[in-house]
Design a protein around this ligand. Structure first.
Ligand code: PEP
Length: 252
């Protein structure tokens, strides 16, 4: 079913004690509110996953990872497999983030493999797509995201696809303070939903949660989330302070 979701991508931030503090603050704040119409996912670095699942146990926090190996197990130094994530009670995992595409040369084909691995272990992939600035300036944004979606997701069956969460993250808006306007976000989200409708039908499209990511913060979240096809946010910088993140969660 389509859900409102706010997911925090901590990236490579926070020392252990800071992660502990942030998780406890989030738990405290979220516990104060009667269950609202939004799911809150926190994606800390791998090292703090156990801390997060422990603290999240009696709270409204859901735990996700930021990456997964494309391999099953064995001699892949530094990698973390989907089965390992499952064994640590991780329920979500970001894949296809533009930083991984840029710094680790991740391709749509590799993202497709990672999606398969996650689904095999009942972990919902949060799949990122989005164009770089030059592509938007050249009017190529729709072509770019269509290719990303087709090559990384459209091999899935309808049933498999129902576990996907999509995140539209225009690369020019990530960590830049430059947010897509509410109209730009809505236009792209509606386009993404139309592609899903064409491939998997009306129900699949209606049930899909599509998050916006890219300098989303406490000041602009309400306007972005008010759009009919924007079902929440994938939040980077503003997920690192409990107060800011909670304000975003409360923007619904
Ligand atoms: C992200 O990296 O997923 C992101 C949206 O970052 P920021 O909110 O900092 O732009």
């Amino acid at each position: 079913m389509r859900r409102n979701i706010v997911a925090g991508n901590w990236k490579m931030n926070k020392l252990f004690s800071e992660a502990d503090d942030l998780l406890f603050s989030l738990k405290e704040e979220l516990d104060k509110k009667s269950s609202k119409n939004v799911d809150v996912i926190v994606c800390p670095p791998f090292l703090y996953i156990e801390l997060a699942t422990d603290i999240a146990e009696d709270s409204k926090i859901l735990v996700g990872a930021q990456n997964v190996s494309k391999f099953d197990d064995g001699a892949f130094t530094g990698d973390v497999s989907a089965s390992m994530l499952q064994s640590m009670e991780v329920e979500y995992c970001i894949v296809g983030h533009s930083e991984r595409r840029k710094y680790y040369s991740e391709t749509n084909e590799e993202i497709a493999i990672k999606v398969n691995k996650l689904l095999e272990f009942d972990i919902s992939p949060i799949v990122c797509c989005g164009e770089i600035l030059l592509e938007r300036e050249q009017g190529l944004q729709f072509k770019v995201v269509e290719k990303q979606l087709t090559e990384s997701l459209f091999h899935l069956s309808k049933e498999e696809f129902s576990n996907i969460i999509l995140a539209y993250e225009p690369v020019w808006a990530i960590g830049t303070g430059k947010t897509a306007s509410a109209a730009q976000a809505q236009e792209m989200h509606a386009f993404l939903r139309s592609l899903v409708k064409k491939k998997y039908g009306q129900n699949a499209a209606q049930n899909l949660s599509i998050l916006y990511g890219g300098s989303c913060n406490a000041a602009n979240a309400k306007e972005l989330f008010a759009n009919i096809d924007v079902d929440g946010g994938l939040i980077g910088g503003a997920s690192l302070k409990a107060e800011d993140f909670i304000k975003i969660v409360n923007s619904f």
